[in-house]
Ligand binder design. Sequence first.
Ligand code: HEC
Length: 225
Amino acid sequence: MHWRRAACRPGNTEEGIRTLNFLKAMFKLPLVFCIVMFWIACSNNKTKDNAAIFRNSTVISIDSAGWPQSFGFGKTATAAIIAAMDKDVSPDGKGLPHGSGNAVTGSLVYANKCVTCHGTNNTSAGGKLPGPPLFANPDSPQIKTIGNYWPYATTIFDYVRRSMPYNAPGSLTDNEVYAVTAYLLHANKLLDTVTSIDATSLPKIIMPAQKRFVADDRKGGPEVK
Ligand code: HEC
């Protein structure tokens, strides 16, 4: 076309190029209009087609499609798997395993497997670490920790054994759990460094927060949610 050739010719003025761009834009407008109209027409037809299909077809219930016996997820819970998980410890110490440990050994477990996330007595406050602080701080009594809020020492053992370290739950031996529990009690000024704790002595340690809780004696019914 004439305007195209003109645009390529050397020596065109700026005004000439502007006029050319304007003309190009004007040529494109009808094209855009056509595309939009075509698209609208097609989508209307589709809706009508779909409506017709639904009117004429029998609706098949998804539930009657026949589910497979198994989707292949998970694995069978063997007695050994269940036994490994079924190890809860009650507040009164029921369920505590054999073994023992003291705060000295526990401080090593803590340094190797816990401090990266929970910090030390000095670094744990402030909420900047991945794990919550584990040491009660008299200057910030509003921050709930195991030392000032947990009612039973046995719960520390139970919780740590089943869920810590966060990145490898269940990996500690029972002796390591006793030891690190002893260390946490010591760091919260509830146990000396050398006394070992075990299934008999741990339930006897009275936590400061125990008096703040009442036993849940509800037997069920509408008030229990
Ligand atoms: C990779 C990070 C990480 C490591 C390592 C780790 N923890 Fe934790 N810990 C957490 C996090 C995160 C939570 C909070 C979990 C939640 O509330 O669900 C937590 C919670 C706890 C709590 C409960 C505190 C509370 O007030 O609720 C205790 C006790 C605890 N950890 C002990 C330990 C001990 C002992 C070790 C080492 C054997 C350990 N953790 C290692 C991340 C970690």
